[in-house]
Design a protein. Structure first.
Length: 386
């Protein structure tokens, strides 16, 4: 929450200059979940679970992500900032909307020339350069192979960061290693030919073969869907792809939940996004862009197996047009980019609205009782008129 962020900014000297950043964030928090800035620094975060006790008040991982995007022009500066913040303030504070829980931060940070993974536990941290490509999940991936760390080597031997700080049981419960292996293997199979389309497909990846959102008690899929199990009561609520080519920086965003029932749309620095309405809140917010999409997303979840192929087919065809046309537009001026953004978002909205109209004509009913009860609870809590 903003209250959680205030102690950081009350005592931290303000930067003389901050960079323009595009951030996907939780409505109740100041910081960001994923984002990219005008210098092409992109950051994604994951919660990781350590045995290190949290401080009563300190930075949380999503604060660190936003601070990085606002203040860092390279990945090395990102490592320096995280190290400085943790040394001065430590990690602590509530990271959830409901309840009171804390977890530590893992980050993957890319810039114009490479990428680095940064993993933290309380005031401790380690960073490892990415070779070729990489991925992170909800578990520690850095052992003794770190390039920089708050921990010192002893007689030339580096300590194993993940083994020293990781909570193995919590990590197991959230399917961290299965999910990381799925994303890493997906990229490895496409090494040398990874494109924006590759990344969009990865963010929607549910594994080989048939899939239904009810499958599995652990969250082992990349495209995250909620299910009525203790460790699966959450889902992807937004996605972003940073597309950096030297000084040419742009992003592709959904601004909506359910990545496989969403459309990636272009965003350029210095170009305003369309009016997305009021900030979406915990309960249904009329006029909010995110909530309008829920009338498609939640209905699609009621008959996923049958609806998904058709929805994905129509949405991906539209995305492919956007991706192809952007190759020319991104080399143009701001007026051309602004016109392209407006047109793409409008076409995406029209495609969404056609599907909402089509699904409104059907009976909205989920056959599985437990899955139906979960969505009914979500809809009641949000006062969503479905």
């Amino acid at each position: 929450s903003l209250h959680d962020a205030l102690p950081i900014y009350r005592f931290t000297p303000q930067a003389r200059h901050t960079y323009e950043a595009l951030i996907d964030k939780s409505f109740w928090l100041y910081g960001g979940e994923i984002g990219v800035n005008e210098h092409g620094v992109a950051v994604g975060n994951e919660a990781v679970f350590s045995t290190v006790a949290s401080e009563s008040d300190g930075v949380v991982l999503i604060d660190l992500l936003r601070l990085t995007l606002e203040r860092c022009a390279t990945r090395r500066e990102a490592v320096d900032l995280v190290a400085r913040m943790l040394a001065e303030f430590g990690q602590g504070g509530n990271c959830e909307l409901r309840g009171n829980s804390h977890f530590d931060g893992s980050f993957i940070v890319s810039d114009k020339t490479g990428a680095v993974v940064i993993e933290t536990a309380g005031r401790e941290w380690a960073a490892r350069e990415v070779q070729g490509f990489g991925s992170i999940s909800n578990g520690y991936t850095i052992g003794a192979d770190w390039d920089r760390s708050s921990m010192a080597a002893s007689n030339g031997v580096k300590p194993d960061f993940g083994k020293l700080v990781g909570d193995a049981e919590k990590t197991r419960c959230v399917g961290a290693f299965e999910r990381r292996k799925a994303s890493y293997d997906f990229l490895a199979a496409r090494k040398g030919r990874i494109t924006v389309r590759t990344m969009a497909d990865l963010l929607r990846y549910t594994g080989p073969g048939a899939y239904t959102p009810l499958e599995g008690e652990s969250p082992t899929r990349i495209c995250m869907h909620a299910a009525p199990y203790d460790n699966r009561l959450w889902q992807a609520t937004g996605a972003l792809i940073a597309d950096t080519r030297g000084n040419d920086v742009m992003a592709w965003v959904t601004a909506t939940s359910g990545t496989d029932v969403s459309i990636f749309k272009p965003a350029f620095f210095g170009v305003e996004l369309p009016d997305l309405g009021p900030m979406p809140r915990e309960s249904f917010t009329p006029g909010a862009y995110w909530w309008k999409h829920e009338f498609l997303h939640r209905r699609a979840m009621s008959d996923y197996d049958r609806l998904m192929p058709e929805i994905r087919g129509s949405f991906e065809a539209l995305e492919d047009e956007f991706f192809r046309e952007s190759e020319t537009v991104r080399r143009g001026g701001q007026p051309e980019k602004a016109e392209f953004v407006a047109e793409c978002w409008q076409r995406a909205d029209e495609a969404r609205d056609r599907w909402i109209e089509k699904l409104e004509a059907r009976n909205y009913f989920i056959e599985n009782a437990a899955y139906r009860a979960m969505w009914e609870q979500f809809n009641r809590a949000a006062s969503l008129p479905l």
